[in-house]
Design a protein around this ligand. Structure first.
Ligand code: PEP
Length: 253
């Protein structure tokens, strides 16, 4: 049985005061279910990670980074390593979010290095995949997602891959208000679970969590979570309002 998982990606939002207020509101609204019937994480901007990590210490809310660099230390100006994130209390990190792939230009190869570095550094990667609108319209969803999954997990044996949570985030649904239908999402989640079975084995395929992301909100969370292969939700915009994020957490619990 896979435990539900809801993570909030705050992207480049909040400030030093509102980041702490937001996480405190989340803590007080879900303390009875977080870590019990649902795992909950928030992913603030790098500069507020420490403050948010301090606020969640001694709670069951986890903290994740929105990105990492794949080297451990050294002359990599501006970059942050898995070890540094672990040091300040992070448990998770997003790898290959579509905004990093399509705005910053991250490749499958780079995402693979980040997933691997996260695991080696003791973090739990949330490895994001998903097709562009034109790729869906050209019936390339299966091909694109298969390529991203195989490339992103390349070189990871079973034990390491078991640390990964996969997030299926169709790019056309992110921040657009246009959610994939529960059926569209379920189809791709089933494809991904099948791929994990092929690359690894059925045991890992049944164990690995696959979240959906893309305009998840209180009104569609329950229907998405009712799909057999949707194990959680990666939430962008709606995670910035405690009330909405809490409603999504409750729907997933
Ligand atoms: C995201 O940033 O991963 C995301 C899913 O954003 P939104 O919920 O705003 O579409």
């Amino acid at each position: 049985m896979r435990k539900s998982f809801v993570a909030g990606n705050w992207k480049m939002n909040t400030d030093s005061s509102s980041s702490v207020t937001l996480v405190k509101d989340v803590i007080s609204g879900c303390s009875e279910i977080a870590g019990e019937s649902v795992d909950v994480a928030v992913c603030p901007p790098f500069v507020y990670l420490q403050a948010v990590a301090n606020a969640v210490s001694a709670t069951h809310i986890a903290v994740g980074a929105q990105d990492i660099f794949y080297e451990q230390k050294g002359a990599f100006t501006g970059e942050i390593s898995a070890g540094m994130l672990k040091d300040i209390g992070c448990s998770y990190c997003l790898c290959g979010h579509s905004e990093r792939r399509h705005v910053i230009g991250e490749t499958d190869e780079l995402v693979n290095k980040k997933v691997s570095a996260a695991i080696n550094g003791g973090l739990l990667p949330i490895f994001c995949v998903g097709e562009l609108l034109e790729q869906r319209e050209a019936s390339q969803t299966e091909e694109v997602v298969t390529r991203q999954i195989k490339a992103g997990l390349a070189g990871l044996h079973n034990e390491k891959a078991s640390a990964v949570t996969i997030a299926y985030e169709p790019v056309w649904a992110i921040g657009t208000g246009r959610t994939a239908s529960a059926q569209q999402a379920q189809e791709v989640h089933a494809l991904i679970r099948g791929l994990i079975g092929q690359i690894y084995d059925n045991e890992l395929a049944q164990q690995i969590r696959i979240m959906y992301g893309g305009s998840a909100k209180p009104g569609n969370a329950a229907e998405l979570m009712a799909q057999p292969d949707i194990d959680g939700l990666l939430v962008g915009g709606a995670s910035l309002k405690a009330e909405d994020f809490l409603a999504i957490i409750r729907a997933a619990a």
